[in-house]
Design a protein around this ligand. Structure first.
Ligand code: C5P
Length: 415
């Protein structure tokens, strides 16, 4: 697991979007990132300081001349700079038009602007303002200046604005902020861990096989197991590539996401990614069949029957297992209506996987679209172990720990 947690300094400035910063703090803490908030005076009417302090576990700092370091604790140092010491990045979210202008000019008349002038770590801004302000030549020039200095702008979204109008200027969603921020943070200080730098390829979610232009064969897989595996691998330091069928989940921040729809698209994506990834976890619920000849356009009702002619899809996992090189480790999943040990062992060996993760689909409390799972781990040597019912995040961590405890050593490079 990671050593010292990643840490950011979150600047909050005067905008109605400051309420979203609370969610941002919670989500960052959930990703293992510690947050120190510095709010400007103009932020305070919009920002629930006490709630932010509870969420972040740190006092919200606002005053340049406060806090004074107690005697004996770094006596003689300029105390506000101490707030930067732990920060791996500074994010200003929301960044008001006024504050962006002050950053561009290099003013240092309050705590946040002073810290930004001293910061040597990556700086990101998430602007939030009315569309006219955002598009004003002065604002555009200030943002250009900041970008030229290496500041990363997370552009705003379009939608309802505080004025009641609709337009560009809403602060980017928390998901979009995390998608930009977390890779920057992880690059600054790659997380250490047992999978540090190891390429982990994960397939996730269902596939969709078209019957015509609007209908398809799918299944109830939510993609949560693959999502939890991706997050668990990231937390152990891995370089994660996720190949996902259609799901409603936002991508785990920091992973390389490839979206696909059909089994054959998934086969193609995995086929080109597999040779560069030492660990493959095939958690996707791949449709075993597809329509032989999908109907072009939308099939009209004709009062008669519609008989579907289906053909088998390629078994992606089996195909990849045949191309497996020394040093690669393969994990397969099996959704079974009963967990018969002989059948599971036969499937594990037949698919040529190093670990098979089986779950019982006759149970409605676990598996496919549930947040929880209970699985049996099977090895080709005949080892069986049940991971008792737990949420998919915990199960994902235990699966990765089982891979690491199996004796497999992630190679530094693949031949
Ligand atoms: O044979 P079965 O569908 O039970 O095997 C499940 C495992 O095989 C899963 O890891 C699934 O992702 C993978 N699979 C595949 N290609 C298919 C069907 C399943 O890779 N066409």
């Amino acid at each position: 697991m990671p050593g010292r947690s990643l840490s950011i300094l979150l600047g909050v400035t005067g905008s109605i979007a400051a309420y979203k910063s609370l969610d941002l703090i919670r989500r960052l803490e959930g990703e293992g990132v510690s947050v120190q908030v510095v709010a400007t005076r103009n932020a305070l009417p919009f920002f629930p300081v006490l709630t932010a302090e509870v969420f972040s576990g740190h006092p919200v700092e606002t005053d340049l001349f406060n806090p004074v370091l107690p005697r004996g604790e770094g006596e003689g140092r300029v105390s506000h700079l101490a707030l930067l010491e732990k920060a791996d990045a500074v994010l200003v979210a929301p960044a008001s038009a006024d504050f962006i202008a002050r950053m561009a000019l290099g003013l240092a008349d309050d705590l946040l602007s002073t810290l930004l002038l001293s910061a040597t770590v990556p700086v990101l801004i998430a602007p939030a303002m009315e569309e006219a302000m955002y598009r004003h030549p002065a604002s555009s020039a200030h943002r250009k200046t900041l970008r030229e200095r290496g500041v990363v702008e997370i552009p705003p979204d379009s939608g309802p604005l505080a004025s009641g109008k609709s337009g560009l200027g809403r602060m980017a969603s928390v998901d979009r902020i995390l998608e930009t921020l977390l890779p920057v943070l992880r690059e600054t200080r790659p997380p250490s861990g047992p999978l540090s730098g190891v390429g982990v390829l994960i397939s996730s979610g269902p596939t969709r096989e078209p019957l015509d232009a609007v209908r398809y064969i799918g299944n109830t897989s939510s993609g949560r197991m693959g999502d939890a595996l991706a997050r668990a691998a990231l937390a152990r330091g891995a370089r994660v590539t996720l190949v996902s069928g259609p799901t409603a989940l936002p991508p785990p921040p920091g992973c390389d996401l490839h979206r696909v729809a059909t089994a054959r698209e998934m086969e193609e994506a995995l086929g080109s990614l597999f040779p560069s990834h030492p660990l493959l976890i095939m958690a996707a619920a791949v449709s075993d069949y597809r329509m032989k000849d999908p109907v072009p356009g939308k099939r009209k009702k004709d009062g008669g029957e519609w008989t579907l002619s289906l053909v088998e899809n390629p078994d992606i996992l089996k195909g990849l297992a045949e191309r497996k090189k020394a040093g690669q480790f393969l994990v397969g999943f099996a959704a079974e209506s009963s967990l018969d040990p002989d059948r599971l062992l036969e499937k594990c060996r037949n698919k040529k996987v190093d670990l098979l993760v089986a779950n019982d689909i006759s149970r409605t409390d676990i598996g496919f679209s549930s947040p929880e799972n209970e699985v049996t781990l099977v090895t080709p040597a005949g080892g069986f172990r049940t991971l008792p019912r737990a949420d998919k995040t915990a199960i994902a961590g235990q699966i990765l720990d089982a891979v690491l405890a199996s004796g497999w050593t992630p190679p530094s490079a693949l031949a």
